[in-house]
Design a protein around this ligand. Structure first.
Ligand code: CDP
Length: 225
């Protein structure tokens, strides 16, 4: 009997490009599992900050990543028994995540956990290297872009809604720093995977972006069948 591999849609892109929102909705529409890979870097960063582990201690950080006591239930993210869904969204945690994400041993330690999300009936995975490194055989690969201004606006709105304070000028600066760090790192740098469709959402609402991804997936599925 010929068995098809579990389908995967990868959605990569820079910080605050709207990947998470689009990926979530697409996963719901298709009844697929969802992997927020950035959350794993954020969880590792949060653990490190709480344990005062230096963000340069690659061995210790990799150990934390390898044994993350995390679970994902009903859209909420838990570290041990604590719901940290909001705590991991703090800018300080995002910045620390972006720093530790440059460390090869940390990336390697999170590999198995990421691959374990590929379960039937399918997976939508969002991050930086989902299509290029983690799921290179994905059915459909998307690279989601938006201008720095549009992304800073979105991040501002998201932070204020979560009750964090935010300042547009600082956000823009952080965002450009994070872009540079993600794009210039030696391992798994942020760039469109081979065969990825690039979608610029600067002037596009969520619904339109979701509709485009769904249309591309319908076409990609036909090619595979
Ligand atoms: O919300 P934002 O897009 O800033 O970040 P995120 O997707 O939650 O990821 C947090 C950090 O983890 C990013 O700044 C990336 O540097 C890193 N990351 C990564 O290196 N590889 C991934 N697959 C996902 C995130």
């Amino acid at each position: 009997m010929h068995t098809h591999p579990v389908p995967v849609i990868t959605i990569d892109g820079p910080t605050a490009s709207g990947k998470g929102t689009v990926a979530h909705i697409v996963a719901d529409l298709l009844g697929f599992h969802y992997l927020d890979s950035g959350a794993l870097y954020r969880l590792t960063a949060l653990s490190a900050l709480r344990k005062d582990t230096p963000l340069t201690d690659e061995h210790a950080l990799a150990k934390l990543a390898e044994h993350l006591p995390c679970h994902f239930t009903g859209g909420e993210i838990f570290l041990a028994n604590e719901n940290v869904s909001d705590a991991i969204r703090a800018e300080a945690v995002g910045n620390a995540a972006s720093k530790i994400a440059t460390l090869p041993m940390v990336r390697h330690a999170l590999l198995g956990l990421q691959l374990s999300f590929r379960r039937a009936p399918g997976l939508v995975a969002d991050g930086r290297d989902m299509g290029s490194v983690i799921f290179p055989t994905a059915t459909l690969k998307i690279f989601l872009l938006a201008s720095p201004e549009a992304r800073a606006q979105r991040r501002y709105k998201q932070l204020i809604e979560k009750g964090f304070s935010a300042n547009m000028e600082d956000l823009c600066k952080d965002l450009l720093e994070r872009d540079a760090r993600d794009a210039n790192r030696a391992i798994a740098p942020l760039k469109p995977a081979q065969g990825a469709y690039v979608l610029d959402t600067s002037h596009m609402g969520i619904d339109e972006a979701v509709a485009q991804v769904m249309a591309w997936y319908a076409a990609a599925k036909k090619v595979v069948q």
